[in-house]
Design a binder for this molecule. Structure first.
Ligand SMILES: O=P(O)(O)OC[C@H]1O[C@H](O[C@H]2O[C@H](CO)[C@@H](O)[C@H](O)[C@H]2O)[C@H](O)[C@@H](O)[C@@H]1O
Length: 342
């Protein structure tokens, strides 16, 4: 298999593109862009008219969608209000969180808020139940670590699917299509920590089936060096590839699996695939979410909603400006559902 890691030159080009896109964040350009990607809030009636008589399945990205982007990835917690909104929406619609973070971290971040108490709860939570958020499903590592409901057809179609018992004692299906990469990812994580340790501000995060190398807090002059270090390490791992997120380089296994495949898998797990009366809605902000938007757009199956405060090309149909608008959208869905079942 050929290595798909881009050469350092393209890493630097990607890094520069990010600066260019934030420069283009002008109000006029944004409003023009919104003609192509209308606000999911202004278009709410249109969305719910189409959803009438259908079952909505909701897929939510975490960073930049449910929690605002912050400098320290360890402090990216949802607000209490967002947590309540997610909890409520998950009571009315099957809901899954699909994140680049490890599943464990995502579940923990969803369950607790921010502040000192959160840090305490963060650790306590590891030994406790999901405190009322059990109607949620989780996919970590960009969809490479999924916990979903037990369904025979899914185990038949995906032989790697294992039945497991979660902390609360419920039987679940565990699907980890990249499980054989675990030792390799751990090894690469160690090498990346070592090679980047002298570049101030770099943070290497182990997300179980992928590794994130953050350069948000690195002096811009050293971004190229970060890219070079990652590239040098990956030279020896042709079965790993590199993708680029929001000031983060993400190392992941070369397998035919992404957030789009995870959406399809979860719909199948929930018994909601191949059904005309199902409307999947995916809300996300990052490049990796585009795979999910594409799956929904291509099959004319559902709606992708891009969270962005700057114009960018997307496979999404609608847009929301930031997590506060995502929260409004989730709340509106609950109000609509309640009123339509009266
Ligand atoms: O799929 P997602 O849930 O969006 O996860 C993608 C990456 O998100 C996190 O990094 C991003 O958010 C951080 C906190 O706001 C920010 O500091 C960082 O610059 C962003 O890239 C997470 O830390 C990564 O591991 C995820 O892969």
């Amino acid at each position: 298999m050929k290595s798909s890691s881009p050469p350092p030159k393209s890493i630097v080009k990607d890094v520069n593109n990010e600066i260019a896109s934030s420069d283009a964040d002008a109000a006029a350009a944004y409003f023009t862009w919104m003609v192509k990607y209308p606000s999911a809030l202004s278009s709410f009636e249109q969305i719910t008219n189409y959803a009438a008589g259908k079952r909505i399945a909701l897929f939510l990205d975490y960073d930049g969608t449910l929690s605002p982007i912050v400098d320290n990835p360890d402090c990216a917690f949802m607000s209490g209000a967002m947590r309540t909104a997610v909890q409520k929406v998950a009571k009315y619609f099957p809901t899954a969180i699909i994140s680049g973070r490890s599943r464990d971290k995502t579940m923990t971040n969803i369950a607790v808020g921010c502040g000192f108490l959160s840090f305490f709860l963060h650790y306590l939570f590891r030994y406790m139940s999901l405190s009322g958020l059990t109607e949620l499903y989780y996919a970590g590592s960009h969809g490479m670590d999924i916990i979903g409901p037990v369904r025979q057809s899914i185990s038949d179609n995906h032989p790697g699917c294992l039945r497991s018992t979660e902390k609360q004692g419920n039987e679940v299906n565990l699907f980890q299509p990249a499980h054989e990469f675990l030792p390799m990812i751990d090894e690469v994580f160690g090498s990346l920590v070592e090679t980047t340790k002298d570049i101030r501000g770099t943070k290497v995060e182990n997300n179980k089936f992928c590794v994130s190398v953050h350069y948000r807090n690195v002096d811009e002059k050293s971004w190229k060096m970060v890219g070079q270090c990652v590239h040098d390490v990956l030279k020896d791992y042709p079965h790993l590839r590199l993708t680029h997120g929001r000031k983060v380089l993400e190392v992941r296994p070369v397998i035919n699996w992404d957030k789009g495949k995870a959406v399809t898998f979860l719909l199948e797990s929930l018994g909601l695939s191949d059904s005309e009366d199902v409307l999947p809605i995916y809300v996300g902000d990052d490049r990796t979410d585009e795979d999910a938007f594409k799956v929904l757009r291509e099959g004319n199956r559902g709606y992708g909603i891009l969270v962005s405060s700057a114009p960018k090309e997307s496979n999404a149909i609608y847009s929301l400006r930031d997590p506060s608008e995502v929260m409004k959208f989730l709340k509106s869905l609950v109000i609509w559902k309640k009123s339509s079942t009266l």
